[in-house]
Structures are given as C-alpha cells and as structure tokens.
Design a protein around this ligand. Structure first.
Ligand code: XMP
Length: 513
C-alpha cells in the first residue's frame, strides 16, 4: 500500500523531468524531406521554377536565403561584397578594432555607389573657370548642368573636361554643355531599378555613348534625381539579384558584442552605413546580452537598421527576445564545424530540434529566425528552411573560398585555408594576449572552438551556387514554389532516417572517379 502511494507519487514527478530528458535531439542527417506532389516543371527560377526570395527581417529582403558568418576567417569586405552581389548578405566580424571593422563596412557600402543623390552640378551661367575648379577639386571628368534659377533642379545638360579644354575661363558653361536631348537620360518613378531597365540602358549607353561614364536620372517632370556611373549600371545589370539598400548600394551587416565599447562600435558602424547589427554572444539568453539589446534599441531608435540577436536554441529564449522587439533571432548552440561548446560545456541543442522548437515559438510572434551553424551539404539548407528558418548562416563551408580572409596554404601538395572558431584558443590569445598566457589555472578560459584547415574551394559562387541549386531542387521535390510553401505544413514533410538510411543516402559501393 505504502509502495503504491509512493509509486504513484513518484511516477507523476519522474515522468515530468524524464520526458524532458528523453526529448530526442535531431540534426540534419537524421531527417529527409518527404517528396510531395509538385506542379513545378523546372528548377530554374527564370523559367517558372521555385523562387528562393525571403525576408531576412521585416525590412531586408534577400533573393538567396544565405548569410555568411561573422567569423574572422570568413567575412570581411570581400566576402560581404560577393554575398550581397549574389543576393545573400555578409556579416563582418568584430574580432578587430572598431576602426578596422568600420573600414570593412565602408568598403562594402562604396563598392557600388548606386544612385548618387547629390551629384556635383553647375548652372549654365557659371564660368568655365568654376567648372575647372570643381572638376579638379572633386576629381571628376564631367558635371551636370541644372537650372539653379528656378525652384527645382531641372536637368539642362552636361559638360565634360574634354569639351572645355580650349575654352576661355570667363566664358559660360552653357555654351559648351551637351544639351539634355543629346544625352541618354533615365526617367524613373522610383529607385531601385528593375533588372530589365538596367540591362536596356546598359546596352544603349555602351552603343551610343561609349566615352561618357555617367547616366543622369530624372523624374517625370525632368527634375534631377541623381546620377549613376556607367560601371555601376553594368554591375546592376550583371547582378540583378543583388541585395541593395534604397539608394542602390550593397547591403552589409556587422557584428557587435556586449558593453560600453560595443555601443560605441554599434554607433560607428551605423554611421558607416551598416544595414544590420548582429549582437553576437555565445549564450544570448542571459541578462547581459538582453540588457545590451535593450540599450541598442533605445540608443539607435532613430537610425535605419535591423537588429539580429543570437545565439539561442530554445523556445523560451525566442519568446523573451521577441518581446524585446528585435528584428530576427539566430538559432544555434553548438552545431558549428569549429565549435566545441557541446563537448566542453555539455550544453547545446542538436540543430534540427533547436530550429523546429524555436520556429514554433517564432511563428507565434511573427519574428524571423536564422539557422546558424552545422550546414555541411546543400541538403541541409532545404532542411533548415523547411524546419522554419528564414535563412541559414554559414561559416566553415565558405572559409575555403577566394573571398574569405587569409592565404591559400600548400599543405604537402593539398591547397587549404585556415578556419578558426571565434571562441578558439587562437582567437582568445589574440584578444587577451599575454594576460591569457600569464593567467593562473583558475583564470584560464577553456576554449569552445577549434582552429583547422579546410580545402581551398575556389570562388565563392562555386559553393554558394551549389547550395542554392540544392535548395531549388529540394523545393521542387517538396512541391514548394516559394520558401513560404516549403514551410507549411512542415510536420508532414519529413521522414526520420536511421543510420543505415543515412549511409544509403550518400553515394555508396562505387569508387568515385
Ligand atoms: P559553420 O558550421 O558553418 O558554423 O562553421 C558557423 C557558426 O559557428 C559558430 N561558431 C562557434 N561556435 N565556438 C562555438 O561554440 C566557436 O569558436 C565558434 N566559432 C563560430 C557561429 O555561430 C558561426 O556563425
């Protein structure tokens, strides 16, 4: 009788925490997308196949749902420029001085000037002398001529330094300008441009005005809106899916940490034009990072940017951050290739389980989540997104590309590049320097990341292209024309895989040649 009472009592209590304990942790190779009936006839987007466009945050759209990680062996300006041109986004790492990081962000923002909204201008009555002075001072070859007598800025024409080479200094520029009707001028309602328009004008300019480097933009009333260089127009046409801001400049994100200095970092990064701040903390569901998120939101409430926070791996954390009204939340404790958190701390959540759990909570708050870490194969992108992530963040797979920082190393005939976890011993030594070495055992911090080599993989597009192509393919198997389709209803779309099933999934019993 006594045993029965105790037993009943015990069963009730035990079943609570044991249930929790035996919750299974799944990751990418544990599941497979279940093929569904599909109306899609092709995988190519331009021919009616699936589209991979997403909203990374409420304000930022990406044509490709992939973000490069803020690791110092992955994302600086070169990677961020390439990621944005191909339709993704790069997050510049913070393992450097504020000045250096700001410089990297600036390089991305000026890689393509987009629409120059305040071009240098003169009026037809200005002297040749003033035109020469302006051109020399600003180092430009041509200047737009506008009507400065009226209230607006009607475009009259353009002068180049070649046309005024032999003119008398006291003469007026109006005499030498190429009038508006001899110029190619783009009339638009709004910016950014459509791909079709950019291509059409790039071709026209190339044919009709090969020597002129600039294209003025006007509104329907002929008022000057701005100017685009020919080089940028061609880039516009070559990278139609690029991730751009409202002025046509490439978008870029930058990481920040916690503390006063990091608030300053955030301020400088925003001044340099960063579109996204990523509050980057190993365990973000904690009081300090949450206070920092609040401080950023309050300090920069008048700035135009998006705040992404991470990393977390539970529904409770998503709920707490959603209430702070951040723009998106990054999910991933321990899945990264260079990460040893789960081995060192025994803490973390296998990535598919983490994404599924967090996505369910995020849906309630209508907040996007990003699956960060552990992407090894193209299939993992489809799976992370089908589980509810808007985008994936990738580090190690991109570390071997031409666009990542660092040299290509010849390791006994094998070409490799270095990748290092941002909590690795090397990074810690770099930050804390001698103090770290001199510190006693009790002050020693156990690194939660490793340093290693990855095979050199050539240009980023080879890897990124394979990932996007895999995603499109996954979408067609799942019958999903859009990313939204791929995410509903996810519970019916997966098959659990045994270890044997995973072995069967990879090429097998063939010597690959
Ligand atoms: P992949 O697998 O793409 O993952 O390389 C990139 C993500 O890994 C995380 N990261 C770390 N996690 N210790 C960790 O616990 C580290 O040293 C470390 N370095 C990077 C990070 O979230 C990154 O985006």
């Amino acid at each position: 009788m006594i045993i029965k009472v105790l037993g009943r009592k015990w069963r009730g209590e035990m079943s609570d925490w044991r249930d929790e304990l035996i919750k299974e942790g799944l990751t990418f190779s544990d599941i497979s997308l279940r093929p569904q009936y599909s109306d899609l006839e092709t995988r190519a987007e331009k021919e009616g196949g699936p589209t991979t466009a997403i909203c990374l945050t409420a304000k930022i759209e990406l044509s490709v749902p992939i973000v490069s990680a803020n690791m110092d062996t992955v994302t600086e300006s070169k990677m961020a420029i390439a990621m944005a041109r191909y339709g993704g986004l790069g997050i510049v790492h913070r393992n450097c001085s504020i000045e250096r990081q700001v410089e990297e962000v600036r390089k991305v923002k000026i890689a393509e000037e987009g629409l120059i909204r305040e071009p240098y201008t003169l009026s037809p009555a200005d002297s040749i002398h003033s035109a020469r002075e302006l051109m020399a001072e600003r180092q430009v070859d041509s200047v737009l001529i506008i009507d400065t007598a009226g209230v607006g800025k009607r475009l009259f024409g353009l002068i180049t330094k070649y046309e005024i080479a032999n003119a008398n200094s006291s003469e007026m520029v109006g005499k030498y300008m190429k009038p508006r009707d001899e110029l190619i001028v783009m009339e638009i309602d709004n910016f950014p441009l459509t791909e079709k328009k950019a291509k059409e004008f790039a071709k026209r300019i190339f044919k009709e005005q090969p020597l002129l480097g600039k294209l003025p933009f006007v509104d329907k009333q002929g008022e000057l809106l701005g100017l685009m260089t020919k080089k940028d127009l061609f880039r516009y046409a070559s990278y139609p899916d690029a991730t751009k801001d409202e002025n046509g400049r490439l978008r870029v994100g930058a990481a920040i940490g916690i503390g006063e200095k990091e608030l300053k970092r955030a301020e400088e990064l925003l001044l340099a034009g960063a579109d996204v701040l990523v509050l980057d903390v190993a365990h973000a569901h904690a009081s300090k990072p949450m206070d920092m998120a609040r401080a950023i939101i309050v300090s920069f409430r008048n700035s135009n940017y998006e705040l992404i926070v991470g990393n977390v791996a539970t529904a409770e954390a998503v709920c707490d951050y959603a209430r702070l009204d951040v723009s998106a939340i990054k999910i991933g404790i321990g899945p990264g290739a260079t990460c040893s958190t789960r081995i060192v701390a025994g803490a973390g959540v296998p990535q598919v389980s983490a994404v599924l759990e967090c996505a369910r909570e995020a849906e309630k708050h209508k907040i996007p989540i990003i699956a960060d870490g552990g992407i090894r194969f193209p299939r993992d992108v489809s799976i992370a997104i089908a589980c509810g992530a808007s985008a994936v963040m990738i580090g190690t797979l991109f570390a071997g590309t031409d666009e990542s920082p660092g040299d290509i190393i010849d390791d006994n005939g094998r070409l490799v590049k270095v990748v290092r976890g941002m909590s690795s011993l090397n990074v810690n030594l770099g930050i804390k320097g001698d103090n770290f070495i001199k510190a006693g055992l009790k002050d020693m911090i156990q690194p939660e990341g490793i340093t290693g080599h990855v095979p050199y993989r050539g240009p980023l597009i080879r890897i990124l292209g394979a990932l996007v192509s895999g995603l499109r393919s996954g979408m067609t198997y799942a019958g999903a024309a859009t990313i939204e389709d791929l995410q509903k209803p996810f519970s019916r779309k997966f098959t659990r895989m045994s270890r044997a099933a995973w072995e069967e999934s990879k090429p097998h019993d063939v010597e690959i040649i």
